[in-house]
Design a protein around this ligand. Structure first.
Ligand SMILES: O=C(O)CCC(=O)C(=O)O
Ligand SMILES: [Fe+2]
Length: 283
């Protein structure tokens, strides 16, 4: 493959041009982020925002079918947190290309980058299939694994895609509005939650500090969600993306997905290999 000079420079994190570009290496454009300022301010205010019906139903059906194949024979969880009637499947980037459009959905990326005002990376993506009979999860914060004192700058934005509809009855996620701003580590007394009901093909974004939980599934059908955690690119990823998506697989991915997984240099100095961008491994 012959690279243009500009591409070579962009891949060399220590060239003058590479150093200059590092600060502006976002996946979304400034205009995209500006166009999402209302959703970004809702996310800031309430700790969550829902984008309804952003994927058409044909696409939702093909995604649903692919997820059913992927989940075939996946066991249920074995704790009240992971759910005794809930299937979870990880390392999705290595398993399928059908979810790429959701992981890189432009409006979603613009909101996440606009909210964090930083370079981002995929921390973990998983399918969460809450089956009939499941009881509700305890309220928790997803970003508690980063032991920084609160209040703190937002570290992650999490997205929950509804592959099936999410209803009160089938276990839609419960949220405690504005709780991302609370300083206390523990769940407030008598929390008054709302339920993130949404039609299939929608996505709910929430700050990783927001208290939330999967609901109980009292219906006769599965509640299937795709959970995607995006973090500031200078944090350790929740799932080890470089082992899950080694160069052999990463080489086959679209460039934006390679970046999302972590094959680039962040803030000029984080993540290089032998003085070069790890993206060189993918040439
Ligand atoms: O499935 C859901 O609605 C939420 C699951 C969740 O919050 C988690 O597993 O951390
Ligand atoms: Fe969670």
């Amino acid at each position: 493959m012959v690279l243009k000079e500009s591409e070579i420079l962009a891949r060399d994190p220590f060239s003058p041009q590479g150093m200059k570009e590092a600060k502006t290496k976002l996946l979304s454009s400034k205009l995209d982020r500006k166009n999402k300022s209302k959703q970004i301010s809702n996310l800031n205010e309430n700790g969550y925002v829902i984008l309804e019906r952003v994927i058409n139903l044909d696409k939702v059906h093909s995604i649903f079918n692919e997820c059913c194949n992927l989940l075939y024979e996946v066991s249920n969880g074995s704790s009240s947190f992971s759910g005794f009637n809930t299937q979870r499947l990880f390392n999705l980037v290595a398993r399928t290309r059908v979810l790429d459009d959701l992981l890189l959905f432009p409006d979603l990326i613009a909101i996440v980058e606009g909210y964090l005002d930083d370079q981002i990376q995929l921390s973990v993506a998983s399918l969460i299939n809450v089956k009939p009979g499941e009881t509700s999860q305890p309220l928790h914060r997803d970003d508690s694994l980063y032991p920084l004192i609160r209040p703190r700058i937002p570290l992650t934005v999490n997205a929950m895609w509804s592959i099936t509809k999410f209803t009160k009855e089938n276990g839609a996620t419960h949220l405690l509005p504005s709780s991302h701003k609370l300083q206390e580590e523990s769940v407030p007394n008598k929390p008054i939650t709302v339920t993130a009901e949404m039609p299939a093909g929608s996505v709910m974004l929430y700050d990783g500090s927001l208290f939330h939980a999967a609901g109980s599934n009292l219906s006769d059908n599965d509640r299937l969600g795709l959970s995607v955690v995006y973090s500031r690119a200078w944090l350790r990823q929740q799932e080890n993306q470089f082992l899950g998506v080694p160069p052999k697989i990463a080489r086959t991915l679209p460039r934006q997905m390679q970046k999302l997984v972590g094959y680039w240099v962040v803030n000029n100095f984080l993540g290089y290999l032998n003085n070069e961008s790890p993206s060189r491994l993918l040439d």
